[in-house]
Design a binder for this molecule. Structure first.
Ligand SMILES: C[S@@+](CC[C@H](N)C(=O)[O-])C[C@H]1O[C@@H](n2cnc3c(N)ncnc32)[C@H](O)[C@@H]1O
Length: 225
């Protein structure tokens, strides 16, 4: 039987352990640290600074999970008055009783916003703040289609050991098609085969220093010459 166990990581923030897959939702060295480093610093912020983005930023997350990356993006949108449209794709949404056990070191007001993300309906587009348009879809990413394109993809699926089919060239081709020119794909995974398959899909790939406890992460850019 699958059990989801909420546990503490190295930086004091929570993650979830999926007993059936024997896999964690985040790095055990620090869930919050990892999310900030991989997705906010090297995804969202780096895209804005490298490509001088001064329009609405369109973000897609593969594996919405606990909503941590989404919440941190919301926080950025509000603090920086940056318009963001955020789409979260998730095949197995978490129950609210599990979400309520998570500790992301949020103040009372921040918890209200975090809850809003989880209480919004799957399949409905809502404004969580005037700066943050949010849409979450309960679907397998393999079946996800979109009329709009994205500036950043947070690729936060379970690792290749567990879900090898998601770290496959077909999925990277799908990501490439979903991105705007200069769009970026960021992930915590730095496996050589993943890097080579991203390159085969047409991306320019860089290895960046990973979050505490992990040597490297990957950032792939869609550049059309
Ligand atoms: C590493 S955890 C996600 C962490 C999440 N971003 C967070 O901050 O909590 C991977 C997530 O991907 C979801 N997932 C697994 N396979 C998927 C698929 N084929 N399509 C969409 N989501 C998937 C899992 O259910 C899980 O929530």
């Amino acid at each position: 039987m699958n059990k989801l166990i909420v546990k503490k990581t190295g930086d004091g923030s929570s993650t979830i352990h999926n007993t059936k897959l024997d896999e964690n939702y985040h790095s055990t060295y620090g869930a919050l640290q990892e999310a900030v480093h991989v997705f906010i610093e090297n995804g969202l912020k780096k895209s804005i600074s490298d490509f001088n983005i001064n329009k609405r930023l369109n973000i897609l997350e593969v594996g919405f999970g606990t909503g941590l990356n989404c919440y941190l993006s919301l926080q950025y949108a509000i603090s920086n008055k940056q318009n963001i449209s955020y789409t979260g794709v998730e095949s197995s949404p978490l129950e609210l009783d599990v979400i309520h056990q998570l500790d992301y070191k949020l103040s009372k007001e921040e918890k209200v916003l975090f809850k809003k993300l989880h209480l919004s309906n799957w399949g409905d587009s809502v404004h969580i703040s005037p700066y943050f348009k949010f849409f979450k879809q309960n679907i397998k990413f393999q079946n996800f289609v979109s009329k709009s394109k994205f500036d950043v993809i947070y690729f936060d699926a379970f690792g290749p050991r567990v879900e090898n089919f998601l770290w496959h060239i077909n999925i990277f081709n799908q990501c490439f098609q979903l991105l705007n020119n200069n769009g970026s794909f960021v992930t915590y995974c730095a496996k050589g085969q993943v890097r080579r398959d991203l390159i085969s899909s047409g991306f320019e790939v860089e290895r960046l220093p990973g979050p505490p406890g992990k040597r490297e992460m990957l950032r792939a850019i869609k550049k059309i010459k």
